[in-house]
Ligand binder design. Structure first.
Ligand code: COA
Length: 425
């Protein structure tokens, strides 16, 4: 067996190595502390593999992303979100009849208990929809305490994805004052149902255009998984304590919310709007970004793993051009985005640091064209990421993982006595 050798305080330790299916090399340190007493330190986990996984492969240098071996370009061009969800969770594309039953299960399990509808109504009108989604996802565990993924995985998955769609659509309707959720249409796709449930005016049917349905389907697919990112690792972390599946998903939603992760799509739009409000001066904004003192980042740029290009950004940029073109929308924010991209790609600051547009740089402009408000963007990302989280949760359970419990290098006080309050200076 190949191994790595570590010399520590004059002692030698053999550490086994392993090689993944795509050739990536790992050093197995599972027994390091037991044999040497030492631990590793890797803040941000940039060099740490937390698990073995057969779900998604990313090669950041080559700009490759594959779900269960199939390239994202092929899936986003030819597959439906329902097919991709099945692929991620079960490992294979569904047969025609499996796809049919999965699609109808999704439509049959989107109902919300009336108490949850009341709860959603009780949130502040401008309460962030990610807060509502996270809270309601955890709340589902109280209404479905018997949900048992070991006995009925597809039923639980359908209930989670179907109800997440309803929670998202209802919080949007609440913001817009559109009244109760309309009935789901079991004959149309998840993407079309989301648009129907969100946009239909009370008592009226809303039929989304094929362009929008297709674009949303593609957006959901592109977001569906991305191996051990912050939210997925959170799902695994929470799941490793054997918390229920709803609690694990709620953890993922919270992890996704931040502007350095899924919240970047909202932050990009706000950045573009701010540049527009300040007269559209992109150069000035880029000077600010390059000034490290300013603390301003070019949102939608850079990625921990992609150091060449993000294949999802390429798909998204194309979709953005197509959707706006087909709908005849001229969005001045798209011009600003294009200008920022051009400046960045020609500027040494960004080139040297390998900063390229990521998945979030153009997605907000597509969501805007769909009539989805800015604070709903990250919720859309969460709906797309749900099958990925579920696939990782299942993989973790199937392999019987230990509870995740990292260690630390302690930097606080050494032992010292308690001083009674009267004796403190
Ligand atoms: C995605 C992101 C969090 C990755 O972070 P990371 O891997 O920890 O990268 P670092 O923060 O170490 O950045 C490396 C260098 O690039 C700079 N940098 C990274 N992203 C930047 C950005 N968007 N704008 C300006 N500078 C950036 C950092 O300041 C750092 O510069 P330095 O080496 O001179 O200190 C980061 O690129 C970012 O904040 N991007 C904007 C938010 C975003 O779009 N997130 C969505 C990701 S899909």
């Amino acid at each position: 067996m190949n191994s790595a050798r570590l010399t520590l305080n004059g002692n030698e330790f053999e550490l086994p190595t392993l090689v993944g299916e795509e050739g990536e090399v790992g050093i197995d340190i599972a027994k390091l502390r037991g044999s040497s007493g030492a631990i590793t330190l890797d803040p941000g986990y940039g060099n740490t593999g937390s698990c073995r996984s057969a779900i998604t492969f990313v090669d950041g240098e080559k700009g490759i992303l594959r779900y269960r071996g199939i390239a994202i370009d092929e899936l986003s061009a030819d597959a439906s979100f329902e097919e991709v969800s099945h692929l991620l969770i079960h490992g294979e594309l569904p047969t025609e009849s499996t796809l049919k039953s999965f699609t109808s299960a999704l439509a049959a399990n989107n109902d919300l208990p009336k108490e949850m509808v009341t709860m959603i109504d009780a949130f502040p009108k401008d309460g962030h929809p990610m807060g509502i989604l996270a809270a309601m996802m955890a709340a589902l565990s109280t209404f479905y305490p018997d949900a048992d993924p070991d006995a009925d995985l597809d039923g639980v998955v359908a209930g989670l994805m179907g109800r997440a769609m309803s929670i998202a659509a209802l919080s949007y309707r609440k913001q817009k004052g559109l009244g109760p959720l309309p009935e789901i249409d079991p004959s149309v796709s998840y993407a079309a149902n989301f648009l129907r449930l969100s946009h239909a005016e009370s008592g009226k049917e809303y039929k989304p255009s094929k362009v929008l349905e297709h674009a949303l389907d593609m957006l959901l697919i592109v977001h569906a998984d991305h191996e051990q990112n912050c939210s997925t690792s959170t799902v695994r972390m929470v799941g490793s304590s054997q918390a229920n599946i709803f609690a694990s998903m709620a953890g993922g939603i919270c992890g996704l919310w931040g502007p350095l992760h899924g919240g970047a799509n909202q932050a990009v739009l706000e950045m573009l709007e701010q540049i527009q409000a300040n007269g559209g001066d992109c150069t000035k904004h880029m000077e600010l970004v390059k000034d490290k003192e300013s603390g301003v980042r070019l949102m939608g740029f850079g990625h921990r793993v992609y150091k060449n290009f993000d294949p999802r950004a390429t798909i998204m940029k194309k979709a953005c051009d197509e959707v706006l073109g087909e709908l005849g929308i001229e969005d001045p924010l798209l011009d600003i985005a294009r200008k920022l991209e051009k400046i960045a790609l020609d500027d040494d600051f960004f080139v040297k640091r390998k900063l390229y547009p990521n998945v979030d740089f153009y997605s907000g402009i597509v969501y805007r064209a769909m009539g989805i408000p800015t604070d709903m963007f990250t919720v859309m990302f969460a709906l797309g990421r749900m099958p990925g989280w579920l696939a990782h949760w299942k993989e973790l359970r199937d392999e019987g993982s230990r509870i995740h419990r990292p260690r630390q290098i302690y930097t606080g006080y050494q032992a010292r006595p308690y001083v009674p309050v009267a004796d403190r200076g």
